[in-house]
Design a protein around this ligand. Structure first.
Ligand code: TYD
Ligand code: MG
Length: 454
């Protein structure tokens, strides 16, 4: 039998190496390699022994694969179903990442309680005691009669019990607390996280059990061993939220069964997570009177258009190197937009600090924010509010052109639905038919957009 081997795995990227080094040769992180001992596979060839003579059953044309068979089970939380791509798929593995205390356990116990009314469920916790979980569930008023609970941290033990119990859906809270007997490293080490997850994923695929893996995000903002886990699972969801805000966003980063960047919106209340089915309404702060530096953006997260407010503050800078701060948007993009504003709009901000914030802790990743960002910056710079009832979207190119973005018409309708009367958009996004109650202002160049407003 081969000897147990010592390898060194990177805590950040999960790559493993035969020798220790101060810096991970793969991802460049410092001090991230930790020792892991991998036990040898007992008899590698035995794995394939059962396959001999089985080729006719196992290899088949795609046309004979029953794709219709994938059933989607509603989780009882439509916002969660939305990010999953329309419900939970049989045998799928979903990783939910987020900071400690953001609400991952709360979300999953709520979903599992609702699911337990229709199918067999199992909540496996390596973090909280059965009493703690029971207390929370009863405080939330959840139907718990059929919700089964297991507190255990050894993966082999859990899978043994799950094999007998045969749950349809299983929650593992959290992946960092489980360990496999095959490895000697401590729970939470990359090698353990990877091995535990690998065994769980294998179990899910073999038995058709749907699996939720909870993963805590490390201080640096990455899931422990993120790359390894992310490619092993079908769906990766991130739980986001600002400290001090009730709003919680669940974003699909990867989804084999639906759109990525889909956003589910919840509010954390005394009675657990409540769904926010009309997010536009909460991300718009209603100012008593019109203030300068505020613009309304029609963004699109996944498949749903949404209105959010972008705020800018432009102020004379005491520094030789003025500050550029963007919250909820990419900083480099802001710097680029300011350069375009100078070059093609003739307005320089080189002696001004520029602060930018997307209200409600939303992170906007799409380029449709360009135009509203520049409008809010200019509005603050001139201390002049934008016209009332105006929304905007559009990408700004380096040549000063306003470029179209996907789903223009949906965005116009969303703005109209929320009472906006005018919308500034790329000429190429102009709806073919007029949309009721809203005036469309198409623009082709940045100079046009600025002239329309200020
Ligand atoms: P939790 O789901 O335990 O977080 P995670 O599993 O991501 O670590 O959420 C805990 C936080 O949520 C805690 O700070 C208290 C808050 N909370 C409420 O505000 N209301 C509630 O009904 C519950 C259950 C939790
Ligand atoms: Mg938890």
């Amino acid at each position: 039998m081969a000897k147990a081997r010592t390898t060194y795995a990177c805590r950040d990227c999960g790559s493993s190496f035969p020798k220790w080094a101060g810096q991970c040769p793969d991802c460049g992180a410092w001090n991230s390699l930790e020792e892991s001992i991998s036990a040898p596979v007992k008899n590698a060839s035995s794995r394939f022994a059962g396959y001999s003579g089985d080729a006719q059953n196992r290899i088949r044309p795609l046309s004979r694969v029953d794709a219709q068979h994938t059933r989607r089970i509603p989780t009882g939380l439509p916002e969660l179903d939305r990010v999953l791509g329309g419900g939970l798929v049989n045998g799928s593995v979903v990783l939910i990442g987020g900071d400690p205390g953001i609400g991952k356990s709360t979300l999953l116990i709520q979903a599992l309680a609702a699911l337990s009314e229709q199918i067999r469920t199992l909540y496996v916790s390596g973090e909280e005691s059965a009493e703690q979980i029971g207390l929370r569930a009863s405080r939330l008023g959840l139907p718990v009669d059929r919700l089964e609970l297991l507190t255990e941290t050894c993966v082999e033990g859990i899978l043994g019990l799950a094999g007998q119990h045969k749950p349809d859906v299983m929650v593992m809270d959290s992946i960092q607390t489980f360990y496999s007997e095959q490895l000697q490293s401590a729970p939470g080490a990359v090698a353990q996280v990877r091995e535990s997850a690998a065994q769980l994923v294998r179990f899910a695929k073999q038995t058709g059990t749907s699996l939720f893996l909870v993963g805590h995000v490390t201080k640096e903002g990455a899931l422990a061993g993120p790359r390894v886990l992310e490619h092993m699972v079908d769906t990766v969801l991130y739980f986001e939220g600002e400290a001090g805000s009730q709003i919680r966003l669940v974003r699909a980063i990867k989804n084999r069964f639906g759109a990525v960047n889909e956003l589910g919106v919840f509010a954390m209340t005394e009675n657990g997570l409540k769904e926010v089915s009309n997010p536009s309404a909460i991300f718009l702060s209603r100012h008593e009177e019109h203030v300068s530096g505020s613009a309304i953006l029609v963004t699109r997260e996944g498949t749903r258009p949404m209105l959010v407010e972008v705020q800018a503050l432009v102020d004379q800078s005491p520094l030789g190197n003025p500050r550029r701060v963007a919250l909820g948007l990419e900083q480099n993009r802001l710097a680029m937009l300011l350069a375009v504003l100078h070059r093609h709009g003739g307005i320089g901000m080189y002696d001004q600090d520029v602060f930018l914030n997307v209200v409600g802790g939303v992170r906007v990743t799409e380029t449709a924010a360009d135009l509203p960002v520049l409008l809010s910056v200019l509005s603050s710079f001139r201390d002049r509010p934008l016209p009332a009832g105006l929304a905007a979207f559009g990408e700004v190119g380096l040549a000063g052109e306003i470029r179209p973005v996907p789903s223009g018409e949906d965005r116009v309708r969303e703005a109209a639905k929320h009472g906006f009367r005018r919308i500034l958009l790329p000429a190429a996004n102009q709806p073919r038919k007029a949309v009721k109650d809203i005036e469309v202002i198409p623009v082709q160049r940045l100079s046009q957009a600025l002239a329309v407003l200020l």
